[in-house]
Design a protein around this ligand. Structure first.
Ligand SMILES: Nc1ncnc2c1ncn2[C@@H]1O[C@H](COP(=O)(O)OP(=O)(O)OP(=O)(O)O)[C@@H](O)[C@H]1O
Length: 487
């Protein structure tokens, strides 16, 4: 499986490189690169199912690199937020510039053309402040945090492309990403944005991309994973770190979740000149990320953009009392029999239950999509896209996609199993993620929780208390009552 996807990724990469001939992988990864790829991308492929009814939530949730890649694959536009950016300047007395248009940035015409060709009309919220800082002379260091999809990648790609001197045939920008697949995604953005700037070339420092000993890279931008990047700078000396002008560390929160990446990144950073611009990006900013960020980026400007709060205000919440999963399924059939549901997402605690439920529902004639942790990220993205396009009306899943999919188009969310954490306590955050809406999508929604034991009733009560929002009881044997909830 991994071998196929490796081959496919290389094929796609090569096709892209051919169409934009100036940006290319300099060598085809060698055969033994496949094993290395597996190591590098282990976090992006699903782990085999554990025996029995163990929850899959933990491994799915912890698989940050896979989640991040999934988000990138299924995203079709910018995530807008109404929140304001928080800015902490290195020098609080220096004026703070913010731009409302790309013209104000005085970009090279080729780059402005690339930006517009990507369909960007104006800078995103984070870009408004981050871009002037990144493009300033002398260069300023930056730590930026904002949720996935707010325009961070596009921003640092533009900064890298602006800072390289295409006349100099050696690496000037290094960008490290947590996995091979994530590096490829960033590479694609560089290719798109640099479409009209053919002098600038890109190379991937990823395992499997073996270069001849003693060679010196001529590409101006090197993007890759920390281990290979470090080897290329120190062991093999393909890159002269002293000539690097911009160092980007992307997805810092994902990076530190992988053993060794933190140290490797710090070792790369130490080889760079003092004058090198250091940029670090992260979707979240817990203590550990912050500590790491400070080691990578000296004297930083800091930009933070809070994620839009989710709320249960516009959601009608119900629970149904059952005794076993068969009864829960029957309750579900009754609900489907009574009200018209355009699209629903159904969450189960285990892959086994999800698989069983999807089977039962399709036997009843529903068009069902199943999203499960053993699927590769690309397969998950394909399932989500089909569901988004309305090709299937019901999506049965474990937690894997709760964060990846825009649920605003889904009118009904069913918790076939209530979300609990490792210790069996209510997972309020996941509950909110599954059924909540952000202020922007004020549409009404319906959430139905299936309760099948005293324990799950207790969980439900605690969730209810936590959010201080009543969850009404629903009798699914009473058709009239079900009909009322849809009104
Ligand atoms: N100024 C802009 N105008 C319109 N679309 C934009 C703009 N900047 C970025 N985008 C698009 O928005 C989406 C998200 O951008 P980007 O990937 O840069 O965000 P991100 O914060 O880096 O998220 P992630 O870390 O998940 O990649 C992409 O499809 C990108 O092409």
């Amino acid at each position: 499986m991994a071998t196929d996807s490796w081959a496919q990724a290389v094929d796609e990469q090569e096709a892209a490189a051919e169409s934009i001939s100036h940006l290319q992988i300099i060598e085809k990864p060698e055969e033994n690169g496949t094993a290395a790829y597996k190591t590098d991308s282990s976090s992006a492929t699903a782990k085999p199912e554990a025996e029995g009814e163990k929850s899959t939530d933990d491994d799915d949730k912890d698989d940050k690199a896979a989640q991040s890649l999934l988000n990138k694959l299924i995203r079709n536009n910018l995530v807008n937020t109404t929140n304001q950016v928080e800015v902490l300047q290195k020098d609080p007395n220096s004026p703070l510039y913010s731009v409302k248009s790309f013209e104000e940035l005085r970009l090279k015409p080729q780059l402005l053309q690339g930006v517009y060709a990507m369909g960007f009309n104006r800078p995103s919220k984070i870009q408004e402040t981050a871009l002037p800082m990144m493009l300033a002379e002398p260069p300023q260091n930056l730590i930026a945090q904002s949720q996935s999809g707010t325009g961070k990648t596009a921003a640092f790609v533009l900064a890298m492309l602006s800072h390289v001197d295409p006349n100099n045939k050696y690496p000037q920008c290094l960008c490290v990403s947590p996995t091979y697949e994530l590096a490829l995604q960033t590479g694609k953005v560089i290719e798109q944005m640099g479409k009209y700037y053919p002098e600038v070339k890109l190379v991937y420092a990823i395992r499997g991309n073996k270069l001849q000993r003693g060679m010196k890279l001529q590409e101006q931008i090197v993007i890759g994973t920390p281990g290979t990047m470090l080897d290329w700078c120190s062991k093999f000396k393909f890159i002269d770190p002293k000539k690097i002008r911009v160092f980007v560390l992307d997805e810092a929160d994902v990076m530190i979740a992988t053993q060794g990446h933190q140290d490797q990144s710090i070792r790369i950073q130490r080889m760079l000149p003092k004058s090198c611009q250091m940029l670090l990006f992260s979707a979240t900013f817990e203590e550990s990320v912050w500590n790491f960020a400070q080691r990578i980026v000296p004297d930083p400007n800091i930009i933070k953009l809070k994620r839009e709060e989710e709320t249960l205000d516009t959601i009608k919440q119900y629970y149904v009392l059952c005794n076993c999963k068969e009864e829960k399924f029957q309750a579900l059939c009754n609900i489907y029999g009574a009200i018209t549901i355009a699209q629903a997402m159904i969450f189960c605690h285990t892959r086994k239950t999800a698989g069983w439920l999807a089977g039962e529902l399709s036997r009843e004639g529903h068009q069902v999509a199943l999203l499960s942790g053993e699927m590769q990220v690309e397969q998950r993205a394909a399932v989500i896209e089909r569901f988004r396009d309305g090709k299937e009306k019901v999506l049965v899943t474990t937690n894997v996609c709760a964060r990846g999919i825009d649920v605003e188009q889904v009118s009904v969310v069913i918790n076939f199993d209530l979300p609990v954490d490792k210790d069996g306590n209510p997972d309020n955050e996941t509950y909110l993620h599954r059924i909540g809406r952000t202020g922007r999508f004020g549409k009404r929604g319906l959430a139905i929780n299936m309760v099948d034991s005293k324990m799950s009733m207790n969980i439900l009560n605690r969730i209810q208390e936590h959010f201080n929002k009543k969850i009404e009881k629903l009798d699914t044997d009473d058709l009239d009552e079900i009909e009322k909830i849809a009104s």
